[in-house]
Ligand binder design. Structure first.
Ligand code: UD1
Length: 420
């Protein structure tokens, strides 16, 4: 198992290019299942979750390759089964359900279990497909879904604006008969990117980015070439890196317009973030960092995927701040590790009180999930002394060449192999 060994305390300086978005690439590549012809994508990040998605498409009979940021999905005979071995490593595998039901009228997808950050059920995906005419059975840990007469357009109102649910139904609705209306839909920029991709393939989707999305079903989707949007969470992580190390970073390809909630909070906390012709320039203001409160919300609110990283910034800032996690019920697992590095954080239910103004100290710590792992890397960069972040396979799921990118701007970080 690999770890990151970090010698902290170096202010980062230089420029970093933001990679393609993991959370956009996953559904958009999966959406190729719904398309009849060959599809190609550019700006695809080379990540473990993307490799898992490619493996899944290959198992499903769509020959898929990834080379230097370019993925190609060939046409082929489509299978119906997403096996447990893949789904257990990546919950987003369940996103093949919608396009498979639309194309094959049946699908057998392993039921994703709980995961480290919460139960994460898929009940809203399933009830939406039921409204569209699908029936589901649970069969030896697999969801078997079928719609022998094809999917029919329906009026769907989500109880909660689920990102994956909105994406899954969107992919299916493109090929359903008639109109589908999604109310209380998630508004994340990755959903807009997915809808734009599907429209480039001939789908008729309107309202993406708002709470009501309307889809007129079409007979078939045709191939296209599509560039994946940049990763706003990776970009946000680097902005925090500039702040906690007291450095100055220029982010190229940074999707600032999609990051308002994060950028507003960083500015309130004392960071200077400016758009320049070369990219987004971020540094810590002269007054230093000060604590602010953060509440995670569906987009356009503050993203839960930036909560752990932001907490590290609060640890390094003056004063105290409250972090309220409203999306996942168990997403404070980085707290105990940060406390081991000298942070002063108290958790009560879904709220964490961070008392800042302490210099973190390096320690061996363990990543429990993707963003928790990113937070520990940030803490290691800010800390005095040596930090060993273990179980970085979590980080590899969502950050492309993280150690290389950080080293290039002066960080003292390297990947080390460790015996189990
Ligand atoms: C996606 C992102 C993830 C991000 C999350 C919230 C991808 C691959 N993953 O995850 O990085 O943290 O959005 O922004 O894009 N829920 C239900 N029933 C459902 C579906 C969801 O109760 O059928 C609950 C979940 O348990 C969770 C909340 O709704 O508490 C949000 O989940 P959802 O928006 O669906 O997140 P994901 O699509 O899993």
């Amino acid at each position: 198992m690999d770890s990151f060994l970090i010698e902290g305390g170096v202010p980062l300086k230089g420029s970093i290019t933001v990679s393609g978005s993991k959370n956009a690439a996953l559904p958009i590549i999966m959406a190729a299942i719904a398309v009849d012809d060959e599809v190609s994508y550019t700006n695809v990040p080379d990540l473990r979750d993307i490799k898992t998605t490619i493996k899944l498409l290959n198992i499903l009979g769509r020959e898929t390759t990834l080379d230097s940021g370019r993925a190609t999905v060939k046409n082929g005979e489509l299978g119906i089964e997403a096996p447990y071995d893949l789904v257990k490593t990546m919950r987003a595998s369940v996103l093949c359900l919608g396009p498979l039901l639309a194309r094959r009228r049946e699908a057998r997808v392993s039921l994703p279990g709980g995961c480290a950050i919460g139960a994460r059920p898929v009940d809203q995906h399933l009830s939406a497909f039921e409204k569209m005419g699908a029936r589901f059975d649970l069969d030896h840990g697999y969801i078997y879904g079928s719609c022998p007469d094809g999917l029919k357009g329906a009026h769907i109102r989500f109880d909660f604006p689920t990102v994956g649910g909105t994406e899954n139904v969107l992919m299916a609705a493109c090929l359903a008969e008639g109109e589908t209306v999604l109310e209380n839909a998630a508004r994340e920029p990755e959903i807009v990117d997915l809808a734009n991709f599907l429209n480039s393939c001939g789908a008729r989707i309107e309202g993406q980015g708002s709470t009501v999305i309307r889809v007129q079903g079409v007979e078939r989707l045709h191939g296209c070439e599509y560039a994946i949007m940049p990763d706003r969470i990776e970009a946000g992580t680097f902005l925090v890196a500039a702040g906690v190390t007291g450095g100055e970073l220029l982010l190229k390809n940074c999707p600032l317009d999609d990051m308002s909630a994060v950028v507003d909070k960083l500015r309130s906390a004392g960071m200077i973030i400016e758009e320049t012709p070369e990219g987004v320039l971020a540094s810590c203001g002269e007054g230093g960092l000060k604590c602010v409160d953060v509440n995670t919300r569906p987009h356009p609110g503050f993203p839960t995927d930036m909560q752990a990283q932001f907490m590290v910034l609060l640890c390094c800032a003056e004063g105290s701040g409250l972090v309220q996690e409203n999306i996942f019920e168990n997403r404070f697992m980085h707290v105990q590790e940060l406390v081991r590095m000298g942070a002063d954080i108290h958790v009560t239910g879904s709220t964490a009180l961070v008392r800042g103004g302490r210099r973190l100290t390096g320690a061996p710590v363990m990543a429990s999930d993707l963003r928790a792992g990113a937070a520990l890397v940030l803490a290691g960069l800010a800390a005095e002394g040596e930090t060993l972040v273990q179980r970085i396979y979590h980080v590899d799921r969502g950050y492309e060449r993280l150690a290389d990118k950080l080293s290039a701007v002066g960080a003292n970080i390297r990947r080390v192999k460790e015996e189990d």
